[in-house]
Design a protein around this ligand. Structure first.
Ligand code: PMT
Length: 314
């Protein structure tokens, strides 16, 4: 199935994305003019609606941690970052507040508790790296190096990925695609959906899901053909992981696959090229210190991208 048919099948409405696409185009052309490198980071899952006035969706496990953490490390490496994320999933910098309740960091003085006082203070002792996080966030934002764009459904994701890829075309090999989102491989066409909420009184539910076309080929060959493209391969069975990762490289002809196993993904990834498989690991101590595997991963990718951009070996 081609992309046009897929869009038609999903009730694609181009006007819905005009504002986001305008911002993406401005971001890409500004960084092009400034001779900066930019990366599109995709992050989080996709929602597959079951009804056309959707009450229920098919979802997946992705929290957006990989994408949000990676965006921060790309920013610290000097890249401009378009962060295309699933609404409600983790975001760069604010992800650090998700472990606890942000209200526990805030205090008001006792005499203000009658509701008339607006003097709220931050107790930074409860989060020692708070100032560093806030500073890094504002530095990236003030420099115009972070653009966050959200999506909800599969069709939103693909429409915005296509628009971003086309906008980034002009950056040639200075552009990186880092496709960490867990994109659904299946969907229900609009014409096959019930209009109203599916009734449980009708008994057990049988669904026929159609296959989503692999848009990666279009990205690599048409939308942004000179870019450095990094995809992910997630499996639960180690025995098939490397074959699948190498198969993806052969099939799409892009530069890198990052292979990961579901339950190991926070401390182990394998960087796969046609020539090499390089394992990156967090030691036990690094895990105790709550280090991010993404710090090692993004360093490795940036070195490879620099070589690629200069026309030397990846
Ligand atoms: O978000 P976290 O909880 O931190 O988890 C991180 C992660 C496990 C989601 C991440 O590390 C990861 O592996 N993401 C990709 C998972 C995935 O969708 O793998 P896949 O084998 O289904 O897809 C492989 C690649 O093909 C992906 O890079 C995707 O962008 C691309 N794809 C997928 C579907 C589709 N229809 N077209 C595609 O081009």
């Amino acid at each position: 199935m081609d992309l046009e048919s897929f869009f038609k099948d999903n009730g694609y409405c181009p006007n819905k994305y005009s504002k986001d696409i305008g911002e993406i185009q401005t971001f890409a052309s500004t960084h092009y003019a400034q001779k900066n490198k930019i990366v599109l980071v995709t992050s989080g899952g996709t929602a597959i609606p079951l009804e056309s006035q959707a009450v229920r969706y098919i979802e997946n496990f992705s929290s957006g941690h990989r994408g949000a953490a990676s965006a921060e490390y790309f920013l610290s490496e000097g890249y401009g970052v378009i962060f295309l994320y699933r609404q409600g999933s983790l975001r760069p910098y604010s992800r650090h507040f998700k472990a606890g309740n942000v209200l526990d960091l805030l205090t008001i003085s006792k005499d203000c508790r009658n509701g008339t006082c607006s003097n709220v203070q931050v107790d930074a002792t409860k989060m020692p790296d708070l100032a560093t996080i806030v500073q890094a966030y504002h530095t990236s934002k003030d420099a115009g190096r972070l653009l966050e764009v959200s999506y909800h459904s599969l069709v939103d994701y693909i429409a915005l990925l296509k628009a971003s890829s086309e906008a980034m075309h002009l950056l040639g090999s200075s552009a990186v695609f880092y496709l960490a989102a867990a994109v659904s491989d299946f969907y229900i066409p609009l014409t096959h959906m019930q209009k109203h909420k599916i009734q449980s009184s009708s008994g057990p539910l049988e669904l026929a899901l159609h296959q989503v076309p692999k848009f990666l080929r279009a990205l690599v060959t048409k939308w942004s053909p000179q870019a450095f493209v990094v995809t992910f391969k997630l499996e639960t069975d180690e025995a098939i992981l490397m074959d699948k990762a190498l198969g993806a490289l052969t099939k799409y002809g892009h530069q890198l696959v990052i292979a990961n196993i579901l339950h190991e993904r926070r401390y182990r990834v394998v960087v796969v090229t046609k020539e090499e498989q390089k394992e990156l690991l967090l030691s036990d101590d690094e895990q105790k210190e709550k280090k991010d595997i993404e710090q090692k991963l993004i360093r490795d990718i940036c070195i490879r991208h620099t070589h690629y951009n200069k026309g030397t070996e990846v």
